[in-house]
Design a protein around this ligand. Structure first.
Ligand SMILES: Cc1ncc(COP(=O)(O)O)c(C=O)c1O
Length: 409
């Protein structure tokens, strides 16, 4: 317990519940688009047709029709899997915890991007993991620096190739290939976390690492992937949190069957199974193609919000600040002048009824003092305009203050 701390973001979320705060903090999806009515109708249908099954205990692996749905969904991205390769879990956080349980011994090194997803750090610190990191830039993980980190002997790699949290950046195709090529020599598993891939509103969807890894494997074996099932060294996970609703806590892992079997054993010790009721309602909702149009609508809204945010930042942020230009997802990442501390900016921002997440929480070593993450999915357009203008003023005041202090010294 000594190594664990509560999530800074979840603490900030308490603040955002105050109605006069404009929050750019949490990764909250656009609430206006939650398909509440559609859920109500799907729930009715499940209760009428399969009420007692929905109320009953169920298998740990997940609701079979939903697993089959995921198989087809994954096939759209060329990920070849059978239902035996799929496990439905209660939130991505449970997957990360399962991975911690089955793969991490105290003191093990985990390779991550720098910065990376706070939820993963939180989950694995509980298993006394240590972290070795590779920095990101506008094209994702800087794979030229990967080999050095691999030489430190990590147990596995954790990476978010699409619209990364917190950076908002996407790993380029060239780097994806380089990553698979280099990692293959070290033989360590890759955990590919992909909650945002479907939320890309600009540019082309790039092949997932799991696909490139399988292709590489097939090139070693001339017969190719004759069996048409999941192969390779990648554990892939994704979620309905950003495309349907995070309140469902509905997530899936795609992995080799040996890994799924171990995860199933570990999950039985946690919660027996993910809510059968929720799985059945979600399946009822998505089975006839609901997601396609729904996700298209979400993308449109996010693109509009991102554009407004970027435009407001260009107008109102003082010179010396830099930021990423995400092609989708929920976040963008700001680098402040070196002398400015994002924690001090947050104090001033909260006094002005604005929140964001200071970047240090995403750095395993606590660095990144002059960075911060902005979420563009939750606030409405007018709030984004007002909030970014106010944040620009706060940044200018803080910069002036820091320059004054530096001059005095
Ligand atoms: C990197 C990453 N993984 C997973 C998730 C989704 O979490 P969950 O499925 O637990 O809602 C998020 C959401 O913030 C995320 O940013």
């Amino acid at each position: 317990m000594r190594g664990m701390s509560s999530s800074a973001i979840r603490e900030l979320l308490k603040l955002t519940q105050q109605s006069d705060i404009i929050s750019f903090a949490g990764g909250l999806p656009v609430p206006e688009l939650f398909p509440v009515e559609e859920f109500r109708a799907a729930t009715d249908r499940v209760l009428v047709k399969q009420g007692s099954e929905a109320m009953q205990y169920s298998t740990t692996e997940g609701y079979e029709p939903l697993r089959e749905f995921i198989v087809h969904k994954m096939a759209q991205y060329n990920i070849q899997a059978a239902p035996e390769n799929i496990l439905i879990t209660s939130g991505s956080q449970q997957v990360l915890d399962l991975i911690g349980k089955i793969l991490i011994n105290a003191g093990d090194l985990i390779l991550t991007e720098r910065p990376t997803y706070l939820g993963a750090l939180q989950a694995w610190r509980a298993y006394q993991a240590q972290f070795v990191t590779v920095p990101i830039d506008g094209d994702g993980m800087q794979t030229e620096q990967l080999e050095e980190a691999l030489c430190a002997g990590p147990k596995f790699m954790y990476i978010l190739p699409n619209l990364q949290n917190p950076g908002g950046v996407t790993l380029s195709l060239e780097r994806r290939r380089a990553l698979i090529h280099i990692t293959d020599r070290y033989g360590i598993p890759i955990i590919e976390d992909d909650p945002y891939g479907e939320l890309r509103f600009e540019g082309e969807h790039l092949p997932p690492l799991v696909v490139l890894d399988a292709e590489k494997l097939d090139s070693h074996t001339p017969a190719g992937n004759a069996h048409g099932f999941y192969r390779g060294n990648v554990i892939y996970l994704s979620t309905f949190s950003k495309t349907l609703a995070p309140g469902l806590r509905l997530v899936w892992i795609v992995a080799p069957t040996e890994i799924i079997r171990e995860c199933v054993k570990a999950k039985q010790g946690m919660d027996l199974h993910t809510s059968s009721f929720v799985q059945m309602v979600a399946y009822e909702l998505v089975k006839d193609g609901f997601l396609k149009d729904h996700v298209r609508r979400i993308r449109q809204v996010y693109q509009e919000r991102r554009d407004i945010m970027l435009d407001a930042m260009t107008r109102h942020f003082p010179p010396g600040n830099r930021w990423t230009w995400p092609h989708g997802g929920l976040f963008l990442w700001v680098t402040l002048p070196e002398i400015v501390d994002a924690g001090a900016v947050l104090d001033r921002a909260v006094a002005n009824k604005i929140t964001f997440v200071p970047g240090t929480v995403f750095y395993p070593d606590g660095s990144g003092h002059n960075t911060l993450r902005l979420n563009f999915s939750k606030a409405r357009l007018e709030q984004i305009k007002i909030g970014i203008k106010r944040l620009g003023e706060v940044l200018a005041v803080e910069l002036e203050y820091e320059e004054e202090v530096a001059n005095r010294v």
